[in-house]
Design a protein around this ligand. Sequence first.
Ligand code: NAP
Length: 250
Amino acid sequence: MAAGALADRVALVTGGSRGIGREIVLRLAGLGASVIINYRESAEAAREVLEQVLAANGSAELLPFDVASQDQVDDAFKQVVDQHEKIDILVNNAGITIDGLLMRQPAPDWDRIIDVNLRGIFHCTKAASRRMVRQRYGRIVNLTSVTGQMGNAGQAVYAATKAGIVGFTKSMARELAPRGITVNAVAPGFIETEMTAALDEDTRSKYLDAIPLGRFGSGDDVARTVAFLVDPGAGYITGQTIAVNGGLYM
Ligand code: NAP
């Protein structure tokens, strides 16, 4: 039996193969959870995360599916419940952006971003909450973004989905509260990723000037906040959006 605050908990992290999701997987597994690592296509990256968890004596498995596909999501969650007989934690982390000024943005881009960022959360939350309601226990955390709070030129569609996630989180928190399930959102600011690493020095320092704490966040900064919210002891926190942005937006 795993020791740790999340021992015996079963957690599914969507988009757990890369970036922030990877850090969430490592942290939840480090706390003793049995973690199901979802991804869509980056199988090699996902295998590396799995190997890292197993090397640290953690428990994890891979479960590729497209969060935007209802059939794939339903099959995947059925598989999880058949195997583990429960699901305690869902982290809706998978998300995409296709940036561009709205005037030039093709409608199919809008559809795809909505499909992954909003339809994905709809399918996964629905599938997980069916089981959580029967268990009378659950922790759901949705990844939104500072962009959903402040807006960002060139990211109108992404911002719309991320603001939508905040309303979805509050509504689900109200629907599921009577069954002992909490639903919260985490809103990262600028996180050190492949994307921010590629910025030129001028742009980097312009962004840094706007962040009171004077640095980009790390994936682990976000993962620690997710770990706090999924802890059994966080049972009196629901419907909240916790910003992890160095003070960029307050
Ligand atoms: P990332 O590095 O691009 O990783 C995205 C993850 O989502 C990958 O594991 C990817 O798997 C998965 N994914 C994408 N589409 C999917 C689909 N249809 N079905 C299943 N999995 C899918 O992203 P990130 O930067 O870590 O961002 C993670 C979350 O944090 C997102 O919701 C994002 O909006 C939010 N966020 C990020 C930042 C930031 O600075 N990075 C800031 C604020 C908010 P595949 O590779 O297999 O497609």
